[in-house]
Design a protein around this ligand. Structure first.
Ligand code: SIN
Length: 488
C-alpha cells in the first residue's frame, strides 16, 4: 500500500516526532514500523523517541505555556477554530490515514474524524466560558473570589482504537484553557496523531503547545511524564492495569489525574423492550470498531421471555455483516488490531464453548485470515465464563438469561468496572429505576450509540477518574485559586 498515493495532501503523512513546532527524527536515528493490520505491510517508519526526547518536549511545553495562557480565551478559541476547520477540510485524508494504520472501515473512520473534530470546536467555544466566582464574604472588609487557571503542562497517553478522537478529546480542552501538552500516541497508530499535529501547526497553534512523541518504549516515556515535576497533570485512555501504574508513578509529584480505563459493559434487554430497537442498539454497541471500544457491550443479559426471539433476530443481522478490508465497499468490520487481541477473542470463545455456550453464528477466525474474526453470537452464557469478568475487545456477543429486574441489576453491577451500561425497556418507571441503580458512569437506555462532544464521558470504580468532553471536560485542566482581598 502506498499511503502517499491514497491521500490528496501527502504532507499530512509525517514520520518525525513533533517537538517545539517542528517534525524531528529520533536523536538515535531509530524508527519503528507502522503496519496496515489487514496486510501486515509496513506503511511508514516513524521516529522511535527515547526518554530524552520526552524531556525535550516537556521543556518546550513548559517554556511555551505561560505566553499561551496569557492570550485571551477568545484568541485561543479562534486558533482552535482554525484547527477544527482544517480537520474538517482534510477529513477524507485523515480518515484514509486512520483506516490504513488501524483497520476500521473507512466510513467508520470518517465518522471518527467528525467526532474527534467536534471536540476541538466544542472546547474552542467552552474556553470562552471559563469563569471564577465572587463569593459572599463573611467579613465586611474582605472580598473573596475564585479564579480558574490552567494547570500548566499536561501529559497525555492515547490508545489505538480511536487514533484521532481520543487525542482531540484530551488535547482540545487542555490547550483551549491555556495548558500545553506532551502526548504519546499508541505505537500502532502514530500517523493520525502526527497528521493532527501538522494541521495544528498550520492553524497557528504556537510551537511547544502541542508536542507528539511517538515511541515503542511506552514504560520509559510514561515514566518521564509521571516523574517530571513540570508536568502537572496526566490524562490516559487505556487499560486499567496501565492506569494503576501511571497513578502510582504520579504519586511522588502529586499530579492531577484523569483516567479512562477498561470496561465490562452490560447490555440488558427486558421482556418489554422493542425488539428491533434492542437488536439495533446491541449491534451499534457490541460490533462498533469490531468490538474494540471500552464502551462496547461485553455481557448481554436478556430476560427469559424475549431471549429466544432476541437471539434469533440478533443472529440474523450479525450473520449478514460484511467483514473485510476497511477500504472495500460495504465492509462494516475490519480486523482485530493485532495477534494478541485476536488470541484473546479466540480464547474467550473457546472457553465459552467449553463451558456450555452455543455458537449461533461466527465463533472462528474469518476466512480473510490474519487477525480477522467472524462476528459472533453465543447463547447459554454463564458467569463462570472468562467473558463474564474480562473485557473481550472483539466482535463476540454472549447472551446470558435472567428472570427479574433485581437479578439483572445485580449481574450488571457484578464487576470491578463501571464505564458504560445499556438497557432496553419501554417501561418509563424502569428506565429511571434501572438507570439510577446501575453503578456506571454512563447509563444508556434504548440506544447503543450516544458518544458525542456534549456528553460527559467517563467511568466509576476500576473504569477510571474524571470526565472527558461536555461542559465538565475543561475542569480536568483547571485549578481553582481562592483570592482574598482585605483592607477594603
Ligand atoms: C473508548 O473506547 O475509549 C472511546 C469510545 C467512545 O468515545 O465512544
Amino acid at each position: 500500500m502506498d499511503l502517499h498515493s491514497l491521500v490528496k495532501d501527502s504532507s499530512l503523512i509525517q514520520s518525525g516526532a513533533y517537538i517545539n513546532g517542528a517534525f524531528v527524527s529520533a536523536k538515535s536515528g531509530a524508527t519503528f514500523d507502522v503496519t496496515n493490520p489487514v496486510t501486515n505491510e509496513v506503511i511508514a517508519k516513524v521516529a522511535d523517541c527515547d526518554a530524552s526526547m520526552m524531556e525535550d518536549a516537556i521543556s518546550a511545553a513548559h517554556a511555551a505555556q505561560p505566553a499561551w495562557a496569557a492570550k485571551t480565551a477568545k484568541e485561543r478559541a479562534n486558533i482552535l477554530k482554525k484547527w477544527y476547520d482544517l480537520c474538517m477540510e482534510n477529513a477524507d485524508d485523515l480518515a484514509i490515514i486512520l483506516t490504513a494504520e488501524m483497520g476500521k472501515p473507512l466510513a467508520e473512520a470518517k465518522g471518527e474524524i467528525g467526532y474527534g473534530s467536534s471536540f476541538i470546536e466544542w472546547f474552542a467555544e467552552q474556553a470562552k466560558r471559563v469563569s471564577g466566582d465572587v463569593l459572599e464574604s463573611p467579613f465586611a472588609d474582605k472580598k473573596f473570589m475564585t479564579l480558574r487557571q490552567p494547570v500548566g503542562v499536561f501529559a497525555a497517553i492515547t490508545p489505538w482504537n480511536f487514533p484521532n478522537a481520543m487525542i482531540t478529546r484530551k488535547v482540545a480542552p487542555g490547550i483551549a484553557v491555556g495548558c500545553a501538552c506532551v502526548l504519546k500516541p499508541a505505537e500502532q497508530t502514530p500517523l493520525s496523531a502526527l497528521a493532527l499535529a501538522e494541521l495544528a501547526h498550520r492553524a497557528g497553534i504556537p510551537a511547544g503547545i502541542i508536542n507528539i512523541i511517538p515511541g515503542m518504549d511506552a514504560p520509559a516515556l510514561g515514566d518521564v511524564m509521571c516523574r517530571d515535576e513540570r508536568v502537572r497533570k496526566i490524562t490516559f485512555t487505556g487499560s486499567t492495569e496501565v492506569g494503576r501504574i501511571l497513578m502510582r508513578q504520579s504519586a511522588d509529584t502529586i499530579k492531577k489525574i484523569s483516567l479512562e480505563l477498561g470496561g465490562n459493559a452490560p447490555l440488558i434487554v427486558f421482556d418489554d423492550a422493542d425488539l428491533d430497537v434492542a437488536v439495533e442498539g446491541a449491534i451499534a454497541s457490541k460490533y462498533r470498531n469490531a468490538g474494540q471500544t471500552c464502551v462496547c457491550a461485553n455481557r448481554v443479559f436478556v430476560q427469559a421471555g424475549i431471549y429466544d426471539k432476541f437471539a434469533a433476530a440478533l443472529t440474523e443481522k450479525v450473520a449478514a455483516m460484511k467483514v473485510g478490508d476497511g477500504f472495500d465497499n460495504d465492509v462494516v468490520q475490519g480486523p482485530i488490531i493485532d495477534q494478541q487481541g485476536f488470541e484473546k477473542v479466540e480464547r474467550h470463545v473457546a472457553d465459552a464453548v467449553a463451558k456450555g455456550g452455543t455458537i449461533l453464528t461466527g465463533g472462528k477466525a474469518h476466512e480473510m485470515g490474519g487477525t480477522f474474526y467472524e462476528p459472533t453470537v453465543i447463547t447459554g452464557a454463564q458467569k463462570e465464563m472468562q467473558l463474564y469478568s474480562e473485557e473481550t475487545f472483539g466482535p463476540v456477543a454472549a447472551l446470558f438469561k435472567f428472570d427479574t429486574e433485581e437479578e439483572a441489576i445485580t449481574l450488571a453491577n457484578d464487576t470491578i468496572f463501571g464505564l458504560a451500561a445499556y438497557y432496553f425497556t419501554k417501561d418509563v418507571g424502569r428506565v429511571f429505576r434501572v438507570g439510577e441503580a446501575l453503578e456506571y458512569g454512563m447509563a444508556i437506555a434504548n440506544t447503543g450509540a450516544y458518544s458525542s462532544e456534549i456528553g460527559p464521558f467517563g467511568g466509576v470504580k476500576a473504569s477510571g477518574l474524571g470526565r472527558e468532553g461536555s461542559i465538565y471536560g475543561v475542569d480536568e485542566f483547571l485549578e481553582i485559586k481562592l483570592m482574598v482581598v482585605g483592607g477594603i
